[in-house]
Design a protein around this ligand. Structure first.
Ligand code: F6R
Ligand code: ZN
Length: 187
C-alpha cells in the first residue's frame, strides 16, 4: 500500500490561533451573560455588545469516539469586583471528561463537583488540567492579557448550562483573589 503523508491542522502555542482546517467561531458578549455575574447593577450599566470571550474550534466530525479541539480566548476585565469568566458548564453526558491546556495569559480554572464542592487551579502558559467526568468547569481571567486555553473533549459530551443557572458555589473577585494570594504566600 502506498504510504500517505498529510499536513495536520495547527495551533500557534503563543496566541492559540488555529489554522490549517475549517473553523467554527462562537462569540459570547456581556449581553449573553445575564445572571452570570453577581453585581446586577454593574451588569445593567455594562455594554451588552462587549465581547467577553470567543471560542474557535476545528469543524470536525461529531459522534461516539470523536474528539473536538478548540481554543477559548477570554478577555481581561471585571464586572464590578468580579473577574471576567466563561459561563461554565457540566457536560450533558456527565461521565465525559476534558483536558484544558493554558496557552497565554493568567487565570484560574474553577472546578465544581455535583455536591457543590469547588477548587481552583492556576492557569498559565503550559498548565495542563485534567477535568474528570461529573465536574463542572469555568475559566476566569485574573490577568491583564487575554487568557487563551486549548481544550480537547469528546464530541458527544455536550453542554449542560441549566444545571448551573443558579451560579457556581464560588466567585472570584479582586478582594478574595488578594486573600488567596496571601494564603499561598503564608503556606
Ligand atoms: C467544551 C469546553 C470549552 C468551553 C469554552 C466556553 O466542553 O469546556 O470549549 O465550551 O471554554 O465556555 P462555556 O461553554 O462554559 O461558555
Ligand atoms: Zn467542557
Amino acid at each position: 500500500m502506498k504510504p500517505t503523508l498529510s499536513l495536520p491542522p495547527q495551533v500557534a502555542w503563543a496566541s492559540g490561533a488555529l489554522s490549517g482546517a475549517p473553523l467554527i467561531r462562537k462569540i459570547t458578549t456581556l449581553g449573553d451573560l445575564a445572571g452570570v455575574f453577581a453585581d446586577e447593577a454593574a451588569f445593567r450599566h455594562g455594554d451588552p455588545s462587549l465581547v467577553v470571550y470567543s471560542v474557535e474550534m476545528f469543524d470536525t466530525p461529531a459522534g461516539e469516539g470523536e474528539l473536538f479541539t478548540g481554543v477559548t480566548h477570554l478577555n481581561p476585565g471585571c464586572l464590578g469586583e468580579e473577574y471576567f469568566m466563561t459561563r461554565g458548564h457540566f457536560h450533558a453526558r456527565r461521565e465525559q471528561g476534558e483536558v484544558y491546556f493554558g496557552l497565554r495569559g493568567e487565570g484560574l480554572l474553577l472546578l465544581q463537583n455535583e455536591q457543590g464542592g469547588t477548587r481552583l487551579e492556576q492557569v498559565f502558559p503550559g498548565s495542563v488540567h485534567r477535568i474528570a467526568g461529573y465536574i463542572a468547569h469555568r475559566l476566569i481571567n485574573t490577568g491583564t492579557d487575554v487568557l487563551s486555553a486549548l481544550a480537547v473533549w469528546p464530541s458527544v459530551a455536550g453542554h449542560d448550562y441549566a444545571a448551573l443557572a443558579g451560579g457556581f458555589a464560588q466567585r472570584v473577585t479582586k478582594g478574595n483573589l488578594r486573600l488567596m494570594a496571601k494564603e499561598v504566600q503564608n503556606g
